[in-house]
Write a protein that binds this ligand. Structure first.
Ligand code: TXA
Ligand code: MG
Length: 342
C-alpha cells in the first residue's frame, strides 16, 4: 500500500447530464476512488463509507487529521436507521428530526451500530449521518446502494468549496473526477445534532437555522460559535482551525470599517448594510466583496468570497463581523474559525 498521494488528470462532468454523471461517479466509487460531488450545502469529497480503503483515500486526499470523523450520506431515513444503535429517547428525537428535515442539510449524530467501521467515526462510539437533498447527491446515494462518506471537498483547513472551480483550486490532480453541479444553494455545511445525550445538542451550527431546529427539539443545547468554545468538545471537527483563506484574514467590527476603507492594500468582505450610505466607493483596484444583508444570501456567498480573496490576494484581508445573534450563528462560526489565530 502506498501512502503518497496519487496524481490524476482530473475529469469534470456536468451534473445536468445526470445519468452520465451518476454512472461515472458510481464506477469511480466502486473502484474505491474519491469523487467531488455537489450537495445542497457545499461540495463533498465522496467515497464508499463502509470500506476502509475508500475511507483512507478520503483522509489522504484531503490531508485530514485521522481524529476528525466523517459524515455518512444515504438515500433515505430507512437507509440511515441500520447505521445507528439508538435507545428509545434518542430514536424518538432522531425520527422527529428526520421527518422534519430529511432530505436536507441536517446531520444526525448517535450511537453507531456494528455496520459502521471505526475509521469513518475516527474511533468514536457515535456515527454522523445525513440524507442529502441535492438532486445529484441524492441520485448518487440511490444508485450506489450503500452509504457514501463525504467531508467538504477542500484540502484540510481551507474554506469549503461551493463551486466545482473552487474544488479544483485545492484538489485538482488529487482526484480522478469532479461532478459540476453549479453553485451550492445553502453555501455552508449541514447543522450537526447529537440526539444521544441527556439533552439533544447542536454540535455544529449550519445551514439549518436554530429557530427551525427548536420547533422539533425544543430543549436543544446550543453553544456559542467559534474555535475556542469547542476545544474539548464532542464534535472533533470544531477543534481544528478551518476555512482560513491562504494569506489569512482578520475579523473587524463594522465601526472599524472607515479605518481600512481607503487603504487599497486591504481587501474587504462586508455586508451591503455595513457600507450603505456611509462610505464613498472604494478606490479602483481595491478588493471588495459586498454580500447580502440576510443570513441565507450571505451564507450562500461567503466561502466563494474567501476563495475570490485568495485569487485576488490583497496584502491584508478583513471580514466585517455579522450580528451576534442566533440567526447568524452558523455564519459566525465559520467567520470566527476562518480568522482564528492558529
Ligand atoms: O454539509 C455537510 O455536512 C458537508 C456535505 C459534503 O455533506 N459535509 C461536511 O463534512 O461538512 P465535514 O467532514 O467537513 O464535517 C463533518 C462534521 C465535523 O464537524 C465532524 O466533527 C462532525 O461532522 N462529525 C462527524 N462524525 C461525528 C461523530 N461521530 N461525532 C461527532 N461529530 C461528528
Ligand atoms: Mg469541512
Amino acid at each position: 500500500m502506498h501512502t503518497h498521494t496519487q496524481v490524476w488528470p482530473t475529469e469534470v462532468i456536468d451534473a445536468n447530464d445526470l445519468d452520465v454523471a451518476v454512472k461515472a461517479a458510481v464506477a469511480a466509487l466502486r473502484d474505491n476512488q474519491v469523487v467531488a460531488v455537489p450537495t445542497e450545502t457545499v461540495y463533498g469529497l465522496a467515497a464508499r463509507g463502509l470500506n476502509d480503503d475508500a475511507i483512507a483515500a478520503i483522509y489522504r486526499t484531503k490531508g485530514r487529521p485521522s481524529n476528525n470523523p466523517l459524515i455518512l450520506h444515504v438515500a433515505s431515513a430507512d437507509d440511515a436507521w441500520p447505521l445507528f444503535d439508538l435507545d428509545d429517547v434518542a430514536r424518538a428525537r432522531a425520527v422527529a428530526l428526520a421527518d422534519a428535515f430529511w432530505p436536507g442539510p441536517l446531520t444526525i449524530v448517535g450511537t453507531a451500530s456494528a455496520l459502521v467501521p471505526a475509521a469513518v467515526r475516527a474511533g468514536l462510539p457515535k456515527v454522523a449521518v445525513r440524507v442529502p437533498a441535492h438532486p445529484f447527491a441524492h441520485a448518487l446515494a440511490v444508485a450506489l446502494g450503500e452509504p457514501f462518506a463525504a467531508p467538504s471537498a477542500n484540502l484540510s483547513g481551507r474554506p469549503s468549496p461551493t463551486s466545482a472551480r473552487d474544488v479544483l483550486l485545492t484538489l485538482d490532480r488529487r482526484l480522478p473526477l469532479v461532478i459540476d453541479g453549479g453553485a451550492c444553494g445553502a453555501g455552508i455545511e449541514s447543522s450537526v445534532v447529537d440526539v444521544s445525550g441527556p439533552r439533544p445538542r447542536l454540535l455544529r451550527p449550519g445551514a439549518l437555522s436554530v429557530l427551525e431546529l427548536r420547533r422539533f427539539v425544543a430543549d436543544i443545547d446550543v453553544r456559542p460559535p467559534g474555535l475556542a468554545a469547542h476545544v474539548d468538545d464532542a464534535s472533533p471537527g470544531l477543534r481544528h482551525q478551518h476555512y482560513a483563506p491562504l494569506g489569512g484574514a482578520s475579523l473587524i467590527d463594522t465601526s472599524a470599517l472607515p479605518t481600512v476603507w481607503d487603504d487599497v492594500d486591504v481587501g474587504i468582505i462586508a455586508r451591503r448594510v455595513d457600507v450603505a450610505g456611509r462610505l464613498a466607493p472604494r478606490a479602483e483596484g481595491a478588493f471588495t466583496v459586498l454580500l447580502d444583508d440576510d443570513t441565507a444570501g450571505y451564507a450562500r456567498e461567503i466561502f466563494a468570497a474567501l476563495y475570490r480573496a485568495e485569487r485576488a490576494s490583497p496584502k491584508r484581508l478583513v471580514v466585517v463581523n455579522v450580528p451576534d445573534d442566533e440567526a447568524w450563528i452558523g455564519v459566525r462560526d465559520r467567520l470566527l474559525r476562518a480568522t482564528a489565530q492558529a
